[in-house]
Every structure is written in structure tokens, then in C-alpha cells.
Design a protein around this ligand. Structure first.
Ligand SMILES: [Fe+2]
Length: 356
């Protein structure tokens, strides 16, 4: 599966072809089952985002190389680092996609794989319980070290396997990751200290088997309508109602009269989760839309963002578009903006409405 594909966002004419766009969080970080928002967001923004930024920087450098005249040590170094960063990006996207509840419901911890995957686990491991025992034991055996444990589909072997990976670029040739479990210390230390085994158990209690099952169907070539499982909850379905963080950065760098107006929407209960905002944005309460909507210019596009790009920005964009505004929701919200290294300013709530 192309890592860009599940959101069906077509390549933008505004971003260089070597730029890989950030993938939004699908999990709701504030409502997980024993994994803190601080841990998950730090991991996403700094480690996943770091790998993505590194990959894009390497790709840009590679695109500018005069290959026949570049020293071999530079070629070797760049291509090695490209492979490591690219594999880290893909495995982190798999990891984060594999976690989370459904819509507004937190992970139950009792969910089971969908039928096709359940049957495959039965066929290849003797059942879910036996697979889980092997997978979690492998992960706990990496405690104090680092690496990944990966449930992967091997076309050559015709079966699912549990694979150990010493680092990001260590994968069984030709196998497709279905579920990747991050065993680097950065994945758990903030919440669990050195108790890696407790972290593994919590990850297993947060799995989103619907999305893992969709990945399995895609891997075996039976996926038909799987994209819908990878759209953030509440985000606009129509592509023209969304904008990627990379597209927004490019649009904000332009100084023409089509520079977007930025709206920062936040539910009152979520204000304590916020410390910063995009420069030039004005902050509003979604529930007070009728009081601020008429101030929006109609001759410029409006970009609406919230924390992670779920229903807060999605619902507002739908309402604005119904009123004829050229409004788009920022995919992944300010969290994705952080992950691409976008700059912010301290939060300014002076324009925020009191909502009863
Ligand atoms: Fe990680």
C-alpha cells in the first residue's frame, strides 16, 4: 500500500514531487487506554515527524545531485540514510494507524480481528491466543534494547509471520507489515519508564483491529474499499475540503491575495490541551460559529484547523462550505503541523468566545 494512498489526497502541484506528506493521527490521543496523550503526541511529532522531515531533506538533496560527479561516500551515506528514514516513516505510520478506538469511542481493549484476519491467524499460528503469545513475548524480549516486532504477510511463504527487526530498515524481503509494534525506548519511556512489558500489554489493549484487518486485506490483494478506514474521524470526505500541512505551508509562504485566512477552532473542554497556534490565526469556539462566520472574507480561502483534524474542524468546514465559503480543513490539525516542523506562536485566546 502506498503510504500516501489511504487518504486519497492527490499529489499537489504546490509541493515538490520528492516531498512525502505527513500522515494524520487516526487515534484520539486524549482518550486512549493507558497510553498518555503526552507520550503519543511526543512520539508522533518528534520521532515520526523527525523521520519524515529527515526523509524529505534527504530526498531534496538526492534530487539535486550531479550523480556522476558525486563522491561515492556521499552517495552511500545519503542512500543509507534515505532507507533508514523511509522505513522508519512507514513503520511509524503503521504503528499509529493500528491504535485507537472508533469515532468518539476509546479503545475497548476487548476488540478482536475481523473474520479474514482471524482465520489467517488461526491457519498460521493456531489462533489469536497463540499468535498473541508469540508476538507479545517477542516484543517483551526486546525490553532494554530497541527495534520492532512486526506481524507481516509474506507472499513467498504464503502466510503471516511474526518478524523481529533490529532497526527500522531490518525487514523480511518482500513481506508487507500488517501490524508494527515500536520497541524503541522513546515509544514508552515517558509513561512506563523501563517497564517495557507493561507498555506492550497497553498497546495490545489499544489495537484497532478494523484498520489492521484492512491492511491485511490490502496486503493479500483483496482490499477494495479500504481507504475509508484510514480517514480521520469527522474529517471532510471530499478531497477539495481538505488541505495538507505541506500545502498550507506553501500557501502561507506566498504573499498574494489568495493567502488563506487561518481559523483555530477548539472546544472549551480542550483549551487546557493547547499551548500554541499558527501565526496569524484567530481562535474561536466552534459553538459560536454564527457570531464569527460573517467576519470571514469571501474572496480568500479559509483554512480551519483543530488539534488533530477530527470533527471539530471537519464539521465547521462543512458548515462554511454550505454557506459558500472556500473552506478547507487542515489534515491532521496542528499536531500534523508540528510534525512537519511548522512554526507556531504562543496561544492567544483573546478572540475566543464565551460559550454557555
Ligand atoms: Fe518510534
Amino acid at each position: 500500500m502506498d503510504v500516501q494512498k489511504p487518504l486519497s489526497i492527490s499529489p499537489s502541484q504546490f509541493t515538490p514531487p520528492e516531498t512525502l506528506r505527513v500522515r494524520p493521527l487516526l487515534l484520539k490521543p486524549q482518550w486512549m487506554n493507558g497510553l498518555s496523550e503526552r507520550l503519543l503526541v511526543s512520539h508522533y511529532e518528534n520521532n515520526y515527524g523527525g523521520a519524515l522531515r529527515r526523509l524529505n531533506a534527504i530526498r531534496a538533496r538526492l534530487a539535486s545531485l550531479d550523480w556522476p560527479h558525486t563522491p561515492v561516500f556521499e552517495i552511500n551515506g545519503l542512500k543509507r540514510e534515505e532507507l533508514i528514514a523511509a522505513s522508519s516513516v512507514i513503520l511509524h505510520e503503521n504503528y499509529f494507524d493500528s491504535l485507537g478506538g472508533h469515532g468518539d469511542n476509546p479503545p475497548s481493549g476487548t476488540e478482536e480481528p475481523p473474520l479474514e484476519l482471524s482465520q489467517a491467524l488461526e491457519r498460521d499460528f493456531g489462533g489469536l491466543k497463540a499468535w498473541r503469545a508469540e508476538f507479545t513475548s517477542m516484543a517483551k524480549a526486546l525490553a532494554g534494547g530497541s527495534g520492532w516486532v512486526i506481524l507481516a504477510w509474506s507472499e513467498r511463504f504464503g502466510r503471516l509471520i511474526n518478524q523481529w527487526a533490529a532497526d527500522h530498515a531490518h525487514n523480511l524481503t518482500g513481506a508487507t507489515p500488517i501490524l508494527a509494534l515500536d520497541m524503541y525506548e522513546h515509544a514508552y519511556h515517558l509513561d512506563f519508564g523501563a517497564k517495557a512489558a507493561a507498555y506492550v500489554d497497553k498497546v495490545m489493549a489499544n489495537l484497532n483491529w478494523e484498520r489492521i484487518g484492512a491492511r491485511y486485506r490490502l496486503a493479500i490483494g483483496e482490499g477494495a474499499d479500504e481507504d475509508k478506514f484510514f480517514l480521520p474521524y469527522g474529517a471532510p470526505v471530499k478531497e477539495e475540503a481538505r488541505i495538507s500541512a505541506e500545502e498550507l505551508r506553501t500557501a502561507l509562504e506566498s504573499n498574494d491575495n489568495r493567502r488563506p485566512v487561518l481559523l483555530d477552532l477548539c472546544l472549551p473542554r480542550d483549551l487546557p490541551r493547547r499551548i500554541d497556534m499558527l501565526a496569524g490565526a484567530s481562535m474561536h469556539a466552534p459553538g459560536a460559529l454564527s457570531s464569527w462566520v460573517e467576519e470571514l472574507p469571501r474572496d480568500r480561502p479559509t483554512v480551519v484547523y483543530c488539534i488533530c483534524g477530527f470533527q471539530v474542524s471537519g464539521t465547521a468546514v462543512t458548515k462554511l462550505r454550505e454557506r459558500g465559503y472556500d473552506a478547507r480543513a487542515l489534515v491532521g490539525g496542528i499536531t500534523a503541523w508540528h510534525a512537519i516542523g511548522g512554526t507556531t506562536v504562543p496561544l492567544d485566546t483573546s478572540t475566543y468566545e464565551e460559550v454557555p
